[in-house]
Design a protein around this ligand. Sequence first.
Ligand code: HPA
Ligand SMILES: [Zn+2]
Length: 373
Amino acid sequence: MIEGMKVEGLKSRTFCRAKAFIFKKNRNFDGKRNIMTTLSEFIHGLPKAELHLHIEGTLEPELLFQLAERNHIQLKYPSVEALKKAYKFSNLQEFLDLYYEGANVLIEEQDFYDLAWDYLEKCKEQNVVHTEIFFDPQTHTERGILFATVINGINRALQDARTKLGISSKLIMCFLRHLDEASAFQTLDEALDYKDLIVAVGLDSSEKGNPPAKFERVFAKAREEGFLTVAHAGEEGPASFVKDAVDLLKIIRIDHGIAAIQDEFLLAELAQKQIPLTVCPLSNLELRAVDQLENHPLKKLMDHGLLVTVNSDDPAYFGGYVNENYLASAEALGLSKADLCQLAKNSVIASLLSEPEKEHHINAIQQYCSENA
Ligand code: HPA
Ligand SMILES: [Zn+2]
C-alpha cells in the first residue's frame, strides 16, 4: 500500500461512475464542430496495445465452470455467482490464492486455446491491435501439465488471432517469484525449445519477501540465451525493488512500478532512460495498492515524463479489461483526450513490435485522435 493511501471500499464509486455516458460538444483539431461521442466510445475506438496481461488472469468464472465440467473437476463453489462473490481481495496474496486455484481447471491443450481465444476476441471488441501476454508455466508444470501443452494451446490461439482477427501478439514467460531459483532455472531450460515463440521472460507472483536479487542469475542466463527481460516490481514492494529490477535484472520494462512515485531519483532515472511502466489501475485498486483511483499515481508519473501505459493485469478478477481501465482512470484522474491518446501511443512505443509496425500503429492512433478530439 502506498503511504498515505488508505483503503475505502472494494469497488470504488469512481469505477461505477466511469461507466456512465457523458455527452459533450467539442471541436476537432481542424476546428470543425462535432457532437462528441461519450468518453467510453472515444476510448473504445482508440487503437491500443496491451502490455501487461496474465493469460491465466483472463479466466472468466463462466469458462472456469465449463472447463471444470469438461475435465471432471469438483469445484469448491456451487455456482458462478458464488465464485464471483469470492473475488474480494485485501492484498496480492489473497488474489493469488484464488488465481492459482482457478488455474487448476486448465488441463488439456484445448483448454489453454479456449482461454487465450476468449481473451483475444475481447481484444478485437476493445480495439486492442497488439497484445503482449504473460503466461506462468510453473503454475501448470507444478501440477503435472506439460510445458508443451500450455504453450502449444496458447500459441495456436495467437496464430488464429493473427489470421482471423488481425491482432498481433508476443508471448512473455513469467517465473513465479515465490518458488526457488532452481525451479526458475528448470523452467528456463524448458523454454529453450520454444525460443521462437517466447520473446521475453518476466517475474510475477508474491513480491514481498521475493526481491529481484533472488533471480539475478536466472535473468542473466535468460539474457545470454537471447530473451528480453521484464519484471513486476513496485506493485506491493518498495521503490528499491524497481531500482533493483533495472540494475540487477536489466529489464527493458517495469510491470506496475507505481512505488517509484516515492523516490524522486528513481523517477528521474526512469524518465531519462524512458523505461516504460505497465500500470494496471483497477488491479491496484482491487488489491488495495491504492485506496481509491483518485489517489492513483498514474497521472503524476506521466507528468514526471515517464513512459506510462495502461493495462488490465487479470481482467477476469479485477472487474475490467483494458478499456475499463482507461475509462476508470480518465474519470478518476480527469485525464483529457490528449492524455488518453498519449497513453495509447505509449502502449505502442513501449511494445516489442518492430519500428515499422510501431510507426503504422502510431499513425493510426494519431489519425483517430485528430478526427475524434
Ligand atoms: O497482479 C499480479 N501481481 C503479481 N503476480 C501476478 N500474477 C498474476 N497477476 C499478478
Ligand atoms: Zn501482473
